[in-house]
Write a protein that binds this ligand. Structure first.
Ligand SMILES: [Zn+2]
Length: 469
């Protein structure tokens, strides 16, 4: 049975008002009113008569991008395209051409007789990359757990934190109590920070509801934010994040409840179904039953797998041919090889390991053995409250022994593959969405060398400049 929250009916009006208010009050740069020209061409080079918007980013010291429409595996992750004196030509929200500045000027001259009617960004001395994709977050939640974080730093155990009223139960309570508007406003602020950091697409999960009504509210908030904010949001239904107290000792009944109510509510609204597969939370057989039902309903599959103990979640992800399996700190060699053979993306979340003082996932081993590795922040209020791509880049390159080239692929094309969007985003190629960032550095290697700093200067989302510092 699909339930809707009581105020969903007027959310469009609220969204519109909020959006207009934000355009007045926030530093977003509204889409520019570009000069329009009557003659253009498509990605395939056909000349067309139309009203069009053209944007050229040119003179970049370096343009760097992976190439492809699916995940790059193993050592192919390091095979990027580098263009010195690079440039990109965008037509509306799509990339039309990528090359050297002189090649793009030539292309532009073929497209339009009046090159002056084009918006130009001079990226001299700078580096152009595809917009970052964050393929794993829990960015919609009520309340904060800063007390618990300090307790944990002082050595408190999980049980001591739970007894003090912390843990995921605290977030579940606060999320249930929060209004749709409160979740919307905090979500908006978190998306703003993502955009500052160059994230142009993010995956967001439900999972703090413990009941279908709250899960519905979380999905509604993400749907509204997707419409209102420049960052694109790929939604994941994660009713199986924790077992609610009402179902304590009856996990099988909770799975029945999710299948009967949760999946129908989320069907057509969330792309993915995810499950927290760990000993004492959702066991392998329970996870498999839910995921099979979700697949039957049309969801693509994701898993939180082998984070705490080597339960075999990665192996189940391979068996079910999930789109991605995430965390993988304790995944066995055998299960990782099965993931590789089944084409499951390994999404690693080093900021969580950093925050919990855990050893990092074996990124180097996975890449050396042919897996496709993506990186995500795991932004959440408990174990990892950050959306920092710069910190993640530092951890991947300094502690996980990934090269900066592999790391760029993991943050762009492979992250897009982890949410099944590699055909439209994640690289700078003709026909892909014009999601582009300009970094204030002359060379991509500065991303690890000038570590943990945000070098993003300009963000172009769907062909429009939305951030410029
Ligand atoms: Zn997670």
């Amino acid at each position: 049975m699909r339930r809707r929250s009581s105020n969903t009916g007027c959310s469009a009006d609220i969204s519109q008002a909020s959006h207009e208010k934000r355009l007045r009050e926030t530093p977003w740069i509204p889409p520019p009113s570009r000069s329009e020209t009557r003659l253009g061409c498509t990605a395939s080079g056909d000349r067309i008569e139309t009203t069009m918007r053209l944007l050229v980013i040119e003179n970049a010291a370096e343009l760097v991008t992976p190439i492809g429409r699916s995940a790059l595996c193993g050592h192919d992750m390091a095979k990027l395209r580098f263009v010195k004196n690079g440039a990109v030509l965008c037509y509306d929200d799509e990339i039309l051409a990528v090359g050297t500045t002189s090649e793009i000027e030539k292309k532009l001259a073929e497209c339009t007789p009046d090159a002056l009617d084009v918006e130009r960004i001079n990226a001299e001395g700078k580096t152009i990359l595809p917009g970052y994709v964050d393929p794993h977050t829990h960015f919609i939640f009520g309340g904060y757990r800063q007390d618990e974080f300090q307790m944990r730093l002082r050595g408190a155990t999980y049980m001591e934190i739970m007894e003090a009223g912390g843990g995921i139960a605290a977030t579940n309570r606060a999320t249930r109590e929060a209004t749709e508007e409160q979740l919307y406003e905090t979500g908006l602020r978190r998306l703003d920070r993502m955009l500052d950091l160059g994230i142009t697409t993010v995956e967001g999960k439900t999972g703090y509801g413990e009941n279908t009504e709250t899960e519905d509210k979380m999905l509604t908030v993400m749907e509204r934010l997707d419409r209102d904010h420049p960052v694109d949001i790929v939604r994941t239904y994660m009713g199986a994040h924790s077992v609610p107290p009402a179902f304590k000792g009856r996990t099988c009944d909770y799975i029945d409840y999710l299948i009967a109510e949760g999946l129908p509510m989320a069907k057509g609204r969330a792309d993915f179904c995810d499950v927290f597969t760990e000993t004492g939370v959702f066991e392998l057989d329970e996870s498999e039953r839910l995921l099979l039902a979700a697949r039957e309903c049309g969801f693509k599959l994701k898993m939180h797998a082998d984070e705490i103990v080597p339960l075999g979640g990665a192996g189940l992800a391979a068996k079910l041919r999930a789109t991605s399996a995430d965390h993988l700190l304790k995944a066995s060699d055998e299960d990782l090889f099965a993931m590789r053979d089944a084409g499951v993306v390994a999404t690693l979340l080093p900021c969580t390991a950093f925050s919990l003082r855990e050893p990092y996932a074996r990124g180097r081993f996975m890449i050396d053995n042919g897996l496709a590795v993506a990186l995500g922040t795991d932004l959440n209020p408990g174990s990892c409250y950050t959306q920092s791509i710069p910190l993640m880049t530092a951890l991947a390159t300094i502690y996980m022994e990934m090269t900066i080239e592999e790391t760029i692929t993991a943050l762009t094309l492979n992250a897009a593959a982890a949410i099944d969007r590699a055909d439209t985003i994640g690289s700078l190629e003709p026909g892909k969405k014009a999601d582009i960032i300009i970094l204030d550095c002359p060379d991509h290697r500065h991303l690890s060398y000038h570590f943990a700093m945000n070098l993003v200067e300009t963000v172009v989302k769907s062909g429009a400049v939305v951030r410029r510092t």
